[in-house]
Design a protein around this ligand. Structure first.
Ligand code: CU
Ligand code: CU
Length: 464
């Protein structure tokens, strides 16, 4: 199971989705024609053959020579080479092959064993990409490298701090104690964090991770909350907890400049699962940058015990650069106002809950996911591919009987839900916002269930 984590995060999520639902992407095809420069004069002196596959996600597989059998092989050529690449369709799904840095894109090939040939001249040394341009296919795995000569000066990918909150990072249930006074300390921390592979962003956080710490109290508790702002912060921060009855949910009395701290006290009067967030202007900028989390106010006696509780929160990021651009990304206020995010994420970053920290359970385990949306702008259609929620605490109300047998549940920005289910069949289940374009902008998590097959619930082929 662990080798999953060494592979590319988003690609895997999408590849898995593709494996589950190839039609989703096939439906996007519009049969575009190939484009390209005039082919170079002269006979090719280097030749490669790539054959498409849908096995284990989309990919190009090398045929013959050094690249035989390799998935998305690295193509090594020399400056000045006349390169010929034969694209063979191996899966009967429509694909093409593009080397945009060399100005060539093949026509699409749709029939199994159909072929097309690309020819171009490799100019200067450098490292470049080839991929399929059919919408979704590159993201689903159809991408590889072509290196000319030494590849030029390979630049180190940009790295930042790991800001991902592990989904298992939440306190144990409070259970059956009486109300008491509880101290909570939070610190606003600004940090350059890893947003995606080769991409960083200046996160503003509670405690250096996204989402902020999972806070857990019980109905009737008196909560003394201290918010500190790290001395090296550049901004003022504050906190609005939706669990608070009082001005600004606490924001009115917690505005802290760098190095400052403030305390306020509130009584938890309503059980429920609540969002908290920074409420310093521009509020959506602070929220988007990572300043949100959940506070659970347990009802008397607590919630029914389960085998696993997980903490997941969704948000969007608005960067000046496009999705996937490398390097440190600046915040883009125009895109924020247009509600046009570049990234949708759970727990702060692309790959957070796929390659980094997938949710791990055994078949038969009961699972509860606390799912919040920091946003700031987008409502989530929370769904787990291949699972049905046995119970949903709709709108995170814990005093209303949960709804039963739900496929997808709406979670508003500044809102939350708790869902419960038992995993019946082993496999990898994907947590998504069923507004699935967001999958291609980073939003996915895995729930991996290990255990014996359950052919009565699920098996390939006919009923016995
Ligand atoms: Cu803030
Ligand atoms: Cu709010």
């Amino acid at each position: 199971m662990r080798d999953l984590q060494k592979r590319k995060p988003l690609l895997l999520a999408i590849a898995a989705l593709v494996a589950l639902a190839p039609l989703l992407f096939a439906a996007c095809n519009d049969g575009g024609a190939g484009v390209g420069n005039t082919p170079p004069a002269g006979e090719p002196n280097v030749s490669f053959t790539l054959r498409t596959t849908s096995d284990g996600g989309f990919a190009f597989v090398g045929v013959g020579g050094d690249i035989d059998g390799q998935r998305n092989p690295m193509l090594q050529v020399e400056a000045g080479d006349i390169v010929e690449v034969v694209l063979e369709n191996g899966d009967g799904v429509e694909h093409d092959l593009s080397f945009p840095d060399f100005g060539v894109t093949s026509p699409r090939v749709a029939q199994r064993d159909a072929k097309t040939t690309l020819k171009f001249e490799a100019g200067e040394e450098g490292g470049f990409k080839y991929f399929c341009t059919v919408p979704g296919h590159r993201q689903a795995g159809m991408e590889g490298d072509i290196v000319v000569g030494e590849g030029g000066a390979a630049s180190e990918p940009t790295t930042g701090a790991d800001i991902v909150r592990e989904p298992t990072d939440l306190p144990a249930p409070i259970g059956d104690r009486g109300p008491q006074t509880v101290q909570i300390e939070l610190e606003a921390v600004e940090v350059e964090g890893q947003l995606a592979e080769g991409t960083t962003y200046t996160y503003w956080t509670f405690g250096g991770k996204v989402p902020g710490p999972f806070l857990r109290v019980r109905d009737g508790d008196t909560v003394e909350l201290t918010l500190a702002n790290a001395p090296d912060s550049l901004n003022t921060h504050s906190i609005d907890l939706h669990a608070v009855n009082g001005p600004g949910g606490g924001a009115a009395v917690t505005s802290v400049t760098p190095g400052e701290e403030k305390t306020f006290t509130f009584k938890a009067l309503n059980p429920g699962l609540y969002v908290y967030h920074c409420a310093t202007p521009s509020v959506p900028h602070h929220i988007s940058s990572g300043m949100y989390g959940l506070i659970l106010v347990e009802p008397e006696g607590g919630l029914p015990p389960v085998d696993h509780e997980f903490y997941v929160a969704q948000g969007e990021l608005y960067t000046l650069g496009d999705f996937g651009d490398q390097g440190l990304q600046e915040f883009d206020h125009e895109k924020l106002l247009d509600e046009a995010p570049e990234y949708f994420v759970v727990n702060g970053a692309v790959g957070s809950l796929t390659d980094q920290y997938p949710l791990e359970v055994d078949v038969g385990d009961s699972v509860r996911i606390y799912y919040g949306v920091g946003g700031p702008n987008f409502t989530s259609s929370f769904h787990v591919i291949g699972e049905i929620f046995d119970r949903v605490y709709n709108q995170a109300s814990l005093t209303t009987p949960p709804m039963t047998d739900v496929q997808t549940t709406t979670v508003a920005p500044g809102g939350a839900t708790a869902v419960e289910f038992t995993v019946d069949v082993p496999g990898t289940y994907i947590l998504v916002d069923h507004a699935l374009a967001r999958l291609e902008r980073g939003l996915a998590g895995y729930l991996i269930a290990e255990g014996p097959d359950n052919p009565d619930a699920f098996h390939e082929g006919h009923a016995d």
